[in-house]
Design a protein around this ligand. Sequence first.
Ligand code: SAH
Ligand code: SF4
Length: 355
Amino acid sequence: MNKKNEIKGLTLTELENYFSSIGEKRFRASQVFNWLYNNLVTSFEDMGTIPKKLRRKLEKDFTVKTLTLKTVQSSTQSRTKKYLFSTKDNYSIETVLIPDSQRNTLCISTQVGCPLDCKFCATGIMGFKRNLTLSEIVDQYLLVASEVGKNVITNIVFMGMGEPLINFQNTLDAVGVFTGRHANRISRRRITVSTSGIPEKIIALADSPYRVKLALSLHSAFDDVRSKIMPINIKYPLNDVIEAIRYYGRITDTRVMFEYVMLKGVNDRDEDVKAITKLCRSLPSKINIIPFNSIAHMVQDGVSKELEPTSASDIKAFVQKLSDNNIVVVVRSTQGDDIAAACGQLATDELRVDN
Ligand code: SAH
Ligand code: SF4
């Protein structure tokens, strides 16, 4: 039996090449993309502008279906919704839609789990299974768009499960689809890739055609503290990461957003204010303060177990001190906490306490 490929796993150029290879016009690729990403059709049968005979050929060579939507959970505290999908090999992945007054942001996953083992993150604790395919990354967008309406999603953040820069090519190709002339042309200024900091990939992203906004999970401006809570810092120390970020900012003419999860006694001290201030003054940047979301739904050990959130009043005081130093600082509101859809709470699989 001939093994079918996933049509959404192809870039536009790859699909054009496929049509050339079977003696068809290259513009057919653009038509197919339009059906998939603009009209959100889920079968070749519905692709009205494609001749019937060619539709049969596509059916023989490709599948359209990738992910299956399992459940949608709605937060009672906010309008946040968490979508649980299953892959063909039966892994679960999560995607979160976060509406607010100005935008509707879709937070998508790039891996099943994550290999980087950050001590405060539920996805890190669940471990790493595999990278998501291009088809699985774009399908999160397509399936949510078909639920909520195709013009509803205005922004995309790669802040779900996994480290996007480890699944580099698929992340890049997905950005290509989202910003392409299909898929409502989401502007690259409305797409953010968040990374734990992999210098060579940050540089490669800057040198790619996809100059999206970049967020760096900073969490401490001190190497020893950062290494303790983010083991990746041992391989790529902060200096190297910041040099790459500086390059990214220069090439793309954007300012980086530092993400900073507030951990009591770990990174919320006066010396942290000083170190962040020094860092932020050294390059175009802003800092996003994130309350530590509980990972009590996971089995924890070692460093993870000891981590506690900074209190709301201490966060306020910390933010005030940064602000007094003229640092651009915003506090991220915790949305979807009640359905474990907030930052760093995404995890599926056997390591959940409630399983
Ligand atoms: N792997 C990427 C993107 C996914 S994580 C990265 O680490 O940047 C998205 C954001 O959620 C990161 O800033 C991450 O540090 C943060 N995060 C992880 N666990 C968290 C938790 N328990 N509470 C709040 N934010 C958390
Ligand atoms: Fe991976 Fe990001 Fe979680 Fe760290 S914070 S374990 S890099 S998903």
